[in-house]
Structure formats: structure tokens, C-alpha cells
Ligand binder design. Structure first.
Ligand code: HEM
Length: 173
């Protein structure tokens, strides 16, 4: 259900971005919001994924990372919603294959974030001192894949965004 909602939000953002021209004023506002929303959600993701990695490596207790993930959710998803809305205002160029890769990464990172929910619930039900090595093989694999996909997609989206806007400034397009 949430997956459908996310995909619909993403599709709406891409379609509005493609077909609605918002004018220079809204464009400037959109870009400012895009960058602020990026700080909000990507900043939070870095801390959550970093603590998750420290727990995988046995350096912190599980509940530290599980609880942080739960409390950080509104910041991450609020930031993502703002990224979708502001992205639609700043004319994404879907004919640019690099931009298409960025937008697909955005969809994947959202669906990946949703799909890890049940595994996080199972984790939080375990005793706080549980070590990563004590989990079932399936759960361990699931968490490592989620962490890798999250980081790969976030960095792809951020770097493509930065490269696109830098190229645009250089070429004056
Ligand atoms: C996880 C989600 C996203 C991240 C991390 C992200 C990241 C970024 C970054 C870092 C920039 C560069 C800003 C600058 O230096 O001025 C950028 C620009 C941009 N983003 Fe996003 N973005 C996301 C989602 C979206 C979405 C959903 C859309 C459109 C539907 C979008 C469209 C754009 C556009 C059009 C630009 C301007 C590129 C240019 O100047 O040519 N972004 N984004």
C-alpha cells in the first residue's frame, strides 16, 4: 500500500516536472527547497546508515541503531516528500539519460526504505544486546543488502544532481 503511494508520488513528481512549466520565480524557490530537503533527508540517512554499519561491525548495541531509525523516520520521509515536490518545480530533463538514472535511483531508494520495515520490526523485538552475528542468515543478508542499496542509490541521486547542475552552470544552458 505504502509502496503504491510512494510510486504514485514519484510518478506525479516526474510528470509534473516534465509537463508543467512553473516559471523562473517558482524555479528559484524549488531549487532552494530541493537543497534544504536534501540536507534534511540525506543528512539523516547518513547518520542512520552509519550507525547501522557500526552495529553490523559489532561496535554499538543494536537498539541504538534500531531506535534511531524509528525516530528519524519523519525527517527522512518528510525530506523525501519535499524533494519530490521541489524536484517537480525545477524542470527535470527526462531526455537526459543521466537524469533518468537519478530518478530511477530515487524510486528504488524509497521502495528499499519501505521494504526494510518488517525486518526492522523483527530486530526491535529481539533483546537489546543481540549481536549481528546472532541473527539468522536471512535477516543478516536482508540488512546488508538494504544498507548497500540505500547508500548506492542516495549517492547516485546526490552526485547526478550535483553534476547536472554544475554542467548546466558551466555550459550556461
Ligand atoms: C532522493 C531524492 C533526490 C536527491 C538526493 C536529489 C539531489 C539533487 C542535488 C544534489 C541537486 C543539485 C542541486 C544544486 O547543486 O543546485 C539536484 C538538482 C536537481 N534535481 Fe534532485 N534530488 C532528488 C530528487 C529529485 C526529483 C524527484 C526530481 C524531479 C522529479 C529532481 C530534479 C532535480 C532537478 C531538475 C535538478 C536541477 C538539475 C539542473 O540544474 O540541471 N530531483 N538534485
Amino acid at each position: 500500500m505504502l509502496g503504491i503511494l510512494c510510486t504514485a508520488g514519484w510518478l506525479a513528481s516526474v510528470l509534473v516536472g516534465q509537463f508543467v512549466d512553473c516559471g523562473p520565480e517558482l524555479h528559484r524557490l524549488g531549487l532552494a527547497v530541493h537543497i534544504l530537503a536534501l540536507v534534511l533527508s540525506f543528512g539523516t540517512i547518513l547518520v542512520v546508515d552509519w550507525l547501522g554499519l557500526l552495529w553490523l561491525l559489532g561496535k554499538v548495541e543494536m537498539h541504538a541503531s534500531g531506535k534511531l531509525e524509528a525516530t528519524a523516520k519523519p525527517l527522512i520521509w518528510g525530506g523525501l516528500a519535499l524533494l519530490l515536490i521541489s524536484g517537480a518545480l525545477i524542470d527535470p530533463d527526462l531526455t537526459n539519460p543521466v537524469t533518468a538514472v537519478k530518478l530511477v535511483s530515487v524510486l528504488i531508494l524509497m521502495l528499499n526504505g519501505l521494504s526494510i520495515g518488517p525486518a526492522m520490526h523483527r530486530l526491535l523485538a529481539l533483546p537489546p544486546h543481540t549481536r549481528f552475528s546472532e541473527l539468522t542468515h536471512g535477516l543478516r543478508l536482508r540488512l546488508m543488502i538494504a544498507l548497500t542499496v540505500s547508500q548506492a542509490c542516495w549517492w547516485t541521486a546526490v552526485l547526478i544532481g550535483l553534476i547536472n547542475s554544475t554542467l548546466r552552470r558551466w555550459t550556461g544552458a
